[in-house]
Design a protein around this ligand. Structure first.
Ligand code: FAD
Ligand code: NAI
Length: 502
């Protein structure tokens, strides 16, 4: 009967899922054995960074073709998309990070990792300078040789030199920022319910101000409102009427990358959930307990105003890291102060055999994980092709005189010239899948590109929230991450977020 067939199919599905899960866990714990020593006959590829761009290269690259060395001051990959959720505790911090060694130990050939910061690149000597802190606090400086170098160091938080922002504000870029925000929230709550406080000071402590109406600021404001609604109001009933969230944006509108329909939807949801959006309001200065903003009225007049806060989260965008600034200032070809200029093959202008991708570059694309991952996959394939050109002697002899050393640019153009019809190397082409953001109250917004229909779908509300969760769950790095995040979501909906001040 239909019931019996359904039961069998269901049982079969459960058995297959358990088997898949078991095999994945087994593979996670038992990587293949590898040759530990670098091979002197192969070129050395140094990758700076362990973020979206770098890990995407590492996933794609055939590690048998190079001696691959990864250098990053952080020994884990961070799934930034769920960082705002960790700041309020809906998701645990460790659920969205994955040790970089997890990826490296599953490569077919040995890949070396150094926890260090690259501080300089010598393009003539083909070396990078790396600095590391030893466990007893010493700083050591060393050099690493490279044949090919990839800069995938991301960006840091832009401050525009606003006074007081670094001392009194919190950023939301790295895991330590999220942990700082969480500690600060708890501190504000405990302080706000102290005895003998005047109402104004109490309200200030539980006024959570977010500056920057890009997706980082909006997602955090949404998460903060959820935290207040779901947990804080019941844990701190005496403060229930004092909690407030304000989002400040210098431009006339928030979320410029989303369609106007979704921007309006977000604004009306924020209004309903008591998040006060203040556009045309630019942050000018930060003190320990208040911010000074410049408000533009409809006639264009500017007025200064002081806004007290307990927590200030600054999400004002990106700026290049010191290493990237150093490279830009050392090269005539690098004329854009926002990031490294690269060609269609992600080669850095003015440097030989150096590539760059992601947030540290200045391209036509937005600095997103989506762009960095696609560029990473592209570069992984490019290196596989370059490596095969060098590797397969008979093929390479057809192009290059024996003993001649060609840089990557020359190899690419030579290979394309010899195979004009097939074009071995094609320029990078970005395919935009759409934009997705969580805005609180179990609602999300999604502008999705549907290539075969050649149109964009705008989705909002609970359905988009479900899509947002499914998309991020599937994009998470490993089965371990997926399991943890899923369990975190269940934990949060059953028991609420933790309010311990740790
Ligand atoms: P990163 O991922 O930042 O990686 C940089 C790496 O370089 C890190 O490992 C870092 O430790 C390392 N590094 C830094 N300095 C050095 C150095 N001197 N030497 C060596 N290594 C170094 N984008 C989306 O598309 N979707 C989203 O939902 C989304 N959500 C986001 C949420 C938040 C809160 C934030 C802050 C960003 C979000 N983004 C999102 C943007 C996305 O995170 C970035 O575009 C992406 O991380 C860029 O990848 P990357 O590899 O260039 O840099
Ligand atoms: P952003 O650059 O997108 O937004 C920063 C905002 O701060 C801007 O709207 C700017 O006008 C505002 N601002 C700057 N100075 C100000 C001041 N003095 N006073 C008031 N407002 C000021 O930065 P964000 O949100 O950190 O995002 C960085 C990148 O990461 C973007 O490319 C974004 O698309 C991506 N991202 C994507 C997400 C998603 O797809 N869900 C989530 C988070 C980030």
């Amino acid at each position: 009967s239909v019931w019996k067939i359904t039961k069998r199919v269901g049982l079969g599905f459960i058995a297959a899922s358990v088997l898949y899960y078991g095999l994945s866990v087994y593979r996670f714990r038992h990587p293949d054995e590898k040759q530990p020593l670098p091979d002197p006959t192969k070129k050395t590829l140094v990758i700076l960074g362990a973020g979206w761009g770098a890990t995407s290269i590492l996933r794609t690259i055939d590690s048998s073709l190079y001696n691959v060395v990864v250098v990053s001051p952080r020994n884990y990959f961070l799934f930034t998309s769920l960082l705002p959720s960790t700041a309020t505790g809906s998701v645990h911090s460790r659920s969205i990070v994955q040790p970089i060694r997890y990826l490296l130990r599953h490569k077919s050939h040995f890949v070396k990792f150094y926890e260090a910061e690259c501080t300089d690149v010598d393009k003539d000597g083909k070396t990078v300078e790396i600095r590391r802190q030893t466990s007893d606090g010493q700083e050591l400086v060393e050099k690493i040789n490279y044949d090919y170098l990839v800069c995938s160091v991301g960006a840091e938080t832009q401050t525009f030199g606003i006074p007081g922002i670094e001392e009194h504000g919190c950023f939301l870029k790295e895991m330590w920022d999220s942990q700082k925000i969480r500690t600060r929230i708890m501190k504000c709550l405990e302080q706000a319910q102290f005895k003998d406080l005047d109402p104004e000071t109490r309200r200030r402590y539980v006024h959570f101000v977010v500056v920057g109406g890009g997706p980082t600021g909006m997602e955090f404001a949404g998460e903060m409102a959820d935290f207040i609604k779901d947990d804080l109001k019941s844990w701190f009933p005496e403060l229930a009427n004092d909690f407030s969230v304000t989002l400040i944006e210098a431009l006339p509108s928030v979320l410029p990358m989303f369609s106007s329909k979704l921007r309006e939807y977000t604004k009306s949801l924020f209004a309903r959930t008591n998040i006060n959006i203040r556009t045309n309001t630019a942050l000018k200065e930060v003190t320990a307990d208040s911010i000074i903003v410049e408000v533009k009225d409809p006639e264009g007049n500017k007025v200064e105003e002081s806004i007290p806060f307990g927590l200030l989260v600054w999400a004002g965008g990106n700026r290049p890291r010191p290493l990237i600034n150093k490279i830009i200032h050392s090269l005539e070809e690098q004329t854009n102060r926002r990031g490294l200029i690269v060609d269609d093959y992600m080669q850095v202008k003015g440097m030989q055999d150096v590539f760059a991708l992601g947030d540290c570059t200045s391209t036509a694309y937005a600095p997103t994980a989506q762009v960095a991952s696609q560029q990473g996959a592209f570069l992984g394939q490019l290196f596989n092709k370059l490596g095969s050109l060098d590797f397969e002697k008979p093929r390479v002899d057809r192009y290059i005189a024996v003993g001649e050393e060609l840089d990557s640019a020359a190899l690419i153009s030579l290979a394309n010239e010899k195979h004009a019809s097939t074009k071995v190397f094609r320029p990078f082409k970005y395919s935009h899948q759409g934009s997705l953001a969580y805005i609180g109250h179990e609602k999300a917004i999604a502008d999705l590109n549907v290539p075969f229909l050649d149109k964009q779908i705008h989705a909002s509300g609970y359905l988009a929230f479900f899509f947002w969760r499914s998309a991020y769950l599937s994009e998470l790095y490993s089965l371990r991450n997926r399991t943890n995040v899923m369990l975190d979501w269940i934990r949060t909906s059953l028991f609420g977020r933790d309010i311990s001040s740790i």
